[in-house]
Design a protein around this ligand. Structure first.
Ligand SMILES: [Zn+2]
Length: 197
């Protein structure tokens, strides 16, 4: 059964914890991808981060979040098996591996690889999966021995109508915000030196 309160909580974290960081990051020329780590126990936030590829092209939202996580004092961290990993966008091959190597048994995301290509003009996730791993879209194993992944949109699509309509309206508000962040990134990207911008 889908935990609706968790979906609301993850959308809250995107809106209130990730998006403000991403607004700053995009202002500095970075992409709009963000991520967060929450405790499974009470859904409290451990930390939220955003893409920082202008510093290092490996600092995707997810990897940058994990870098900052391991810079925290150990006492303030959570065992990754007791944590939820949230990504605004379906993780790329680099980030799928990073989430795996750091021991999470789950991740949730809002926008799909196809959204990244079609709505956000970032085709690299799907292109790398095809060129390097010979995978078609949807070709990686979304549930495997390491983790199970969840598309928030797909979870919402399967809810009873009233909750589905309410949450789809919430997601539309967030998607509109990301459309404007995307326009800002695309307007400025000729000026950055990110290898795959
Ligand atoms: Zn990535």
């Amino acid at each position: 059964m889908t935990d609706i309160s968790l979906i609301d909580r993850l959308l809250d974290v995107i809106e209130h914890d990730i998006v403000p960081k991403t607004e700053d990051g995009v202002g500095d020329g970075n992409k709009l991808f963000g991520a967060a780590i929450l405790r499974k126990s009470d859904h409290s936030l451990v930390l939220a981060e955003t893409n920082n590829e202008t510093e290092n092209p490996l600092w995707h939202g997810e990897v940058h979040c994990l870098k900052r996580f391991y810079e925290m004092p150990k006492a303030e961290r959570v065992d990754t098996k007791d944590a939820i990993f949230l990504a605004t966008h379906e993780p790329c091959s680099l980030c799928l591996s990073a989430i795996t190597w750091t021991g999470f048994d789950n991740f949730y995301y809002l926008f799909s690889h196809e959204d990244s290509r079609d709505s956000f003009a970032i085709p690299h996730d799907l292109k790398i999966l095809k060129e390097v791993f010979t995978l078609e879209p949807g070709g990686y194993n979304a549930e495997n021995a390491y983790w199970k992944s969840y598309s928030l949109r797909r979870l919402v699509r399967d809810l009873p109508e009233a909750e589905r309509n309410r949450l789809e309206a919430r997601i539309k508000t967030i998607a509109d915000k990301y459309d404007s962040l995307s326009a800002d990134y695309q307007d400025g990207k000729a000026d950055n030196d990110i290898p795959l911008n």
